[in-house]
Design a protein around this ligand. Structure first.
Ligand SMILES: Cc1ncc(COP(=O)(O)O)c(C=O)c1O
Length: 376
């Protein structure tokens, strides 16, 4: 029953970075250190002293964990503060926190679709959203990645075949680094009266005006926004943002919201501090500029296919074993850049996905380019 039927070359190993020999660091000043090129801690906020202080002080006063669900005794003032601040920042009526983005996405799909619905989703949406669709019982139809024309075709074929239609996209795709053509997607959804769920996990803090994500440019046109606090916010947990009535539906009906221990007060306080910093910074634009510089330099080498519009850059290799060999080579050169392989990406599209972070200096870029140039 517990036999694992996975080919040898696809078996994953859990490795520790940050303890012992391999030290998780931003610089490479010790021989054993690796420069982490794959973390989603885009602004380095997980190590920000003010944020850690806020989390620590909240832990001391309110406990490390919340101790129970939001409806029992798990709700703290800091949860409500963060929910209100996020709602104001994103110009949304209601924000609800979740312990993780994975869970928030399951809750989002379950709130917007059921077994009488059809979900039309971009081919490359995150696994958590697909789990949500399965949990909802809705029929799933996929449209070609970032292809509004195919979305329209699928909507015209299926919109009168179900009681409700939900379209799901990410605003900035986690493995491709591509931005969704959100304006067109919104207008097609409106034409076919479909609800729209947008996962902004990788865009928040970075893309859109003042880093508020892509949905912010289209106030009230998106049915629900999902965001995580474990990436650019450097903390943990996640949230859903929506109109008041839908927020109330989540509070009253959402099992992933009510039957789980509330997000820890310390992570919540850390995220609140991170929001304060992100709000008054220009970090999103700075990171996009820096990412363009990295992308241009890698392309200039002339031997790599690079994908990605923002700070997520995928160097497409194709073959799985070759991608693993590339990963090992980069590790020898002092970089932690993990091979992304099927089933996370399609067969033949294995890649090294790198994430550009605010803490990267010119020295790191030079070293990486040198490593790429000498790869055979
Ligand atoms: C697009 C996307 N959505 C959701 C999630 C899940 O977020 P979390 O890590 O907070 O569970 C991730 C994380 O990998 C993601 O990339």
């Amino acid at each position: 029953m517990f036999n694992i039927k996975i080919p040898q070359n696809r078996l994953r190993k859990l490795r520790t970075f940050g303890l012992g020999k391999k030290v998780f660091e931003f610089t490479n000043d010790k021989e054993t250190n690796l420069i982490d090129l794959c973390s989603n801690d885009y602004f380095g906020l997980s190590r920000d002293k003010d944020i850690i202080k806020a989390a620590y002080e909240t832990s001391l006063s309110q406990g490390l964990g919340s101790g129970s669900s939001r409806f029992i005794s798990g709700t703290r003032e800091v949860h409500q503060l963060l929910e209100n601040e996020l709602a104001e920042w994103l110009n949304q009526d209601k924000v609800l926190l979740f312990p993780s983005g994975y869970q928030a996405n399951i809750a989002a799909v379950q709130a917007l679709a059921n077994r009488k619905s059809i979900v039309i989703a971009d081919k490359l949406i995150h696994n958590s959203l697909l789990t949500g669709v399965r949990a909802s019982g809705a029929k799933l139809i996929r449209f070609l990645h970032n292809n509004p024309r195919d979305l329209k075709l699928k909507l015209s074929n299926f919109s009168n075949k179900a009681k409700s239609i939900l379209v799901i996209v990410e605003s900035l795709y986690s493995m491709e680094g591509t931005l969704a053509p959100l304006k067109e997607i919104i207008s097609i959804c409106q034409e076919y009266k479909a609800e729209l769920l947008v996962d902004e996990a990788h865009a928040l803090g970075i893309a859109g005006t003042d880093g508020k994500g892509l949905c912010n440019e289209f106030p009230k046109s998106v049915t629900m926004i999902s965001g995580t606090l474990g990436k650019s916010f450097g903390s943990g947990g996640a949230f859903l943002a929506c109109k008041e009535v839908l927020g109330e539906k989540l509070i009253q009906n959402s099992d992933p919201f009510r039957y789980t221990t509330a997000l820890s007060p310390s992570l919540t306080a850390g995220a609140l501090k991170a929001l304060e910093k992100i709000k008054y910074s220009n970090w999103g634009l700075e990171l996009l500029d820096l990412s363009k510089k990295w992308r241009d330099e890698i392309i200039k080498i002339g031997k790599f296919k690079v994908q990605g519009d923002c700070h997520i850059l995928s160097i497409i290799i194709g073959d799985e074993n070759e991608t693993l060999r590339f990963q090992e080579y980069l590790e020898k050169k002092g970089f932690l850049a993990i091979a992304i392989r099927p089933p996370t990406v399609q067969i033949g599209k294995s890649r090294i996905r790198i994430t550009i972070r605010k803490t990267f200096n010119q020295e790191i870029l030079n070293k990486f380019i040198e490593a790429l140039k000498s790869y055979k």
